[in-house]
Ligand binder design. Structure first.
Ligand code: HEC
Length: 138
């Protein structure tokens, strides 16, 4: 069992009860990249946002295995409506980053994965290439 999990590499197959992938577990304890909650910012993601990274940059680059999570709460609300992720693999396309996004429309609903193609995420995140494709700087 352990071997199977190791071979699978990413734990993306397991989904938590709330619909989020297991790889975001514990993100709220990771390093927060934004100093203050982000209001406005990219129109790609509405609401009040926070960004967390599972690892710190080493020589201006996030190590392979780093997971970056952006959360958003709808304006005036306290529950999360968006969890967007970037995961660094050892690949070279788009710096090895892979993008996924999960949303829900109420505080009790399960999150579902958004159909938006990762290539669209990457196309915009290209603009932050100088900071390793990550817009939010610490
Ligand atoms: C039109 C440009 C644009 C598109 C498209 C876009 N993003 Fe972003 N993204 C941003 C900007 C700008 C930020 C900085 C925080 C903010 O303003 O929301 C950001 C922040 C993030 C972050 C936090 C790390 C960082 O770069 O600051 C994640 C994770 C993320 N986006 C995931 C995604 C995913 C997943 C998709 C596709 C489903 C996506 N983004 C599509 C512009 C974009």
């Amino acid at each position: 069992m352990l071997t199977a999990l190791t071979v699978a590499g990413w734990a993306s197959a397991r989904v938590d009860a709330n619909g989020l992938p297991a790889y975001v577990d514990g993100y709220a304890k990771w390093t927060k990249l934004n100093v203050k909650p982000i209001h406005g910012g990219s129109a790609a993601h509405q609401g009040v946002k926070n960004v967390y990274a599972s690892k710190r940059k080493v020589n201006r680059r996030y190590p392979v295995g780093t997971i970056v999570v952006k959360t958003a709460t709808p304006p005036g609300k306290r529950w999360l409506s968006l969890v967007a992720t970037m995961r660094r693999s050892a690949g070279t396309t788009n710096g090895g980053w892979r993008w996924e996004e999960f949303t829900r429309t109420s505080s009790t609903a399960r999150f579902t994965k958004v159909g938006f193609p990762a290539s669209g995420c990457a196309a915009c995140h290209m603009q932050a290439k100088a900071n390793d494709y990550v817009f939010t700087r610490r």
